[in-house]
Design a protein. Structure first.
Length: 621
């Protein structure tokens, strides 16, 4: 507005001719043409004045000092005063322009003559008590007139509609609880740096809850009962939250995240104890049976509890932790709460990290084999070795197979890994044989996972590897678990038969932990039983001088005799003491394996052990 050639016009004179801005609401509402040459300026001025006074839009002309020069009836109505009473008042106070810094600054600039337009929404309190939302617009008076025109449009109805729409968007219609969207909005706001640094404990807590057996209610009693149950659960959760919030700045936010999942968000939590109390109270509240239209329903819930510092926490991170913890609560038996455990989580993460690096690790040569002696019980001679794989992990160090074989089986990496183990073990066995051509050769026993039999051509692999390494099939033994061969028909059975026909020996590993159906096993092409370590461990009492466990011995003896009658030889695992070895020998066990003889060792150590038989270790106990 500044810079017009006429220079500033006193504000009091200007309502009317100066209003030229076609965008200007006031100008449109007056519906007059300021440039009609047929009218005298005075006429025009008068009609604008009355138009201004009668306009339905609340308006005021404000001078450079920010004082109201004139206000119309609509504004007086809006503010609950008489029109005359507004003249001379500080305009900014009337519509609360100073309440935020940006608006205030823009307003001051306008008063100083800046050609701009300002718009903001304000809630005004009417003297009769009701509140009105208004949209305030301030713009320079046109044609260089001195001062600004302030207009206030009542937008209460629109705001209310928007509010109702927002409520609908942010709340779940079944339980009337805040929904996922609102929950995440609140969570993100709570994790905002400004919010947790502006006082409070700087911590945040979450109970993430899932109803046990809700699906059954839905399926058997129908969705209507299901919905009513959810609403009743919501009510109880709200009660728990109210009680927890008693005497504190705010109660936990209860939200329905979907299906039968709920969350209680505790801002400014004081520690895990507070969250544990809340979780406990929720479990107790939900344990009470629900009465729904004559139906009495019992319900329980599983809760994952996370409590941590807000700094450095993200909404996704918190939810992931809560999700994992809820999963633990369910896995641990449901109807309980479980606290997030970083160590348990690290273990899970390690599993993931291991799973994702398994395959490349084979090509990178990170796996190594150790060999554990298999010793003849009768003569104490080293007759063979079991190959046991280890993962020399760059980050986690040397890992035993229990850490990764299961993972490898799950994702199929066991197939290439198993092939590598087989080839490496056969090559090594052949090397030992060539090192000592005059001595009876050692056989090598290799563990084979079920999936290798199913998902790869094990027979072809074995044949190829034997041909490649030059190892005689009689010097190779394959260990499979009972569960892998039990009930095997079709392909696995054919594979076992083909291997056996080739001259390769099949051993049943960890025998006794599964079905233990010897008669059935003997019909399969199996020639060795490896007795699980738990049997040998049953012998331990004799060493300590306590009462021996004859029952175990009787069972093992009967098992060995039966195995022999069925044409199988028996190897005992986990032989740790010479007393155990002595008793095993007495009851006819053929071969022993265990720490008594040697732990699993690198291949060159086996070469050394070949020189000294284990006669002494076997002893005569
Ligand atoms: P397994 O085949 O039953 O192997 C024997 C396990 O018992 C080995 O554990 C061995 O170190 C341990 N052991 C030997 N003597 C004693 C003893 O006197 N006392 C005790 N307490 N333990 C003894 P390791 O090496 O950790 O292997 C665990 C399992 O991993 C093996 O059990 C086998 O099922 C599997 N595994 C090992 N290598 C391979 C492989 O190359 N392929 C497949 N599929 N599985 C493998
Ligand atoms: Mg084994
Ligand atoms: Mg075993």
């Amino acid at each position: 507005m500044s810079g017009t050639s006429e220079g500033p016009t006193p504000a009091a004179d200007l309502i009317g001719p100066a209003v030229t801005d076609s965008n200007h609401e006031a100008s449109r509402r007056t519906g007059t043409d300021a440039h009609d040459p047929c009218r005298t300026e005075a006429d025009a001025s008068d009609s604008y004045r009355s138009a201004f006074a009668a306009a339905p839009l609340a308006m005021a002309v404000v001078d450079r000092e920010g004082l109201v020069v004139s206000a119309n009836a609509a504004l007086a109505d809006l503010l609950g005063t008489g029109p005359g009473e507004l003249t001379g008042r500080v305009a900014a106070d009337l519509v609360d322009l100073a309440s935020d810094a940006r608006t205030w600054h823009a307003y001051r600039e306008l008063l100083r003559g800046r050609d701009a337009r300002l718009r903001c929404a304000r809630r005004l309190k009417h003297p009769d008590g009701h509140n009105a939302w208004v949209q305030v617009t301030v713009a320079p008076l046109p044609d260089g007139a001195d001062g600004v025109l302030l207009a206030a449009a009542d937008i209460s109805a629109r705001r209310e509609l928007q509010g109702r729409l927002r409520h609908l968007q942010m709340h779940d219609p079944v339980t009337r609880l805040p929904n996922r969207t609102l929950f995440f909005e609140r969570l993100s706001a709570a994790l905002d740096v400004e919010s947790y640094e502006s006082g409070g404990t700087g911590r945040i807590g979450l109970c993430y809850l899932d109803l046990d057996g809700f699906k059954a209610v839905n399926d058997t009693l129908g969705h209507r009962v299901g919905d009513r149950l959810l609403a009743a659960v919501a009510e109880r959760l709200n009660r728990c939250a109210d009680e927890a919030g008693y005497g504190r700045a705010s109660a936990p936010l209860v939200a329905r995240l979907g299906g039968d999942e709920f969350a209680l968000l505790v801002e400014d939590s004081t520690g895990t104890e507070q969250l544990a109390d809340l979780a406990e109270s929720v479990l107790t509240a939900l344990q009470e049976p629900f009465d729904l239209a004559g139906q009495r329903l019992s319900l329980s819930a599983s809760i994952g509890v996370v409590e941590r510092q807000a700094a450095g926490t993200t909404a996704t991170g918190l939810m992931q932790a809560a999700d994992t913890t809820l999963y633990w609560a369910k896995a641990d038996g449901k109807s309980r709460w479980t606290l997030f455990d970083p160590e348990r989580n690290a273990h899970r993460m390690t599993r993931q990290a291991l799973a994702s690096t398994l395959r490349p690790a084979i090509d990178r040569g990170q796996f190594v084999l150790e060999y554990q002696p298999l010793v003849g019980m009768a003569d104490g001679r080293l007759s063979g070795v079991e190959a046991l794989v280890r993962w020399n992990h760059p980050q986690f160090g040397m890992l035993t197979p229990n850490r990764f074989i299961g993972l490898a089986e799950e994702d199929g990496a066991i197939v290439p890994l198993g092939r590598w183990v087989l080839a490496t073990a056969c090559r090594q066995a052949r090397r030992w044989q060539l090192e000592r051509p005059d001595e009876p050769p050692l056989f090598v026993s290799v563990n084979v996972a079920v999936r290798q039999v199913w998902d790869s051509d094990l027979v072809a692999d074995v044949a190829e590897i034997l041909a490649e390494t030059g190892l005689a099939p009689q010097l190779l033994q394959l260990e499979l678990t009972e569960s892998a061969v039990m009930g095997s028909a079709g392909r696995p059975l054919q594979a076992l038969q083909a291997l056996s026909d080739m001259g390769v020996r099949i051993a049943i590993d960890d025998f006794g932990t599964g079905y233990s159906n010897l008669a059935y096993l003997s019909r399969l092409p199996v020639s060795v039983l490896k007795l699980d370590g738990s049997f040998v461990r049953g012998f331990q009492y004799e060493d300590s001088g306590a009462h021996p466990s004859p029952a175990d011995e009787v069972i093992v003896e009967a098992m060995i005799q039966l195995a022999h009658r069925l044409g199988l030889t028996v190897t005992a695992e986990c032989v740790e003491t010479s007393a155990q070895a002595g008793r095993l020998r007495r009851i006819g066990c053929d071969t022993g394996q265990g720490w008594l003889y040697s732990r699993p060792v690198p291949p060159d150590r086996i070469s050394q052990l070949m020189d000294c038989p284990f006669g002494q270790a076997v002893g005569n106990a």
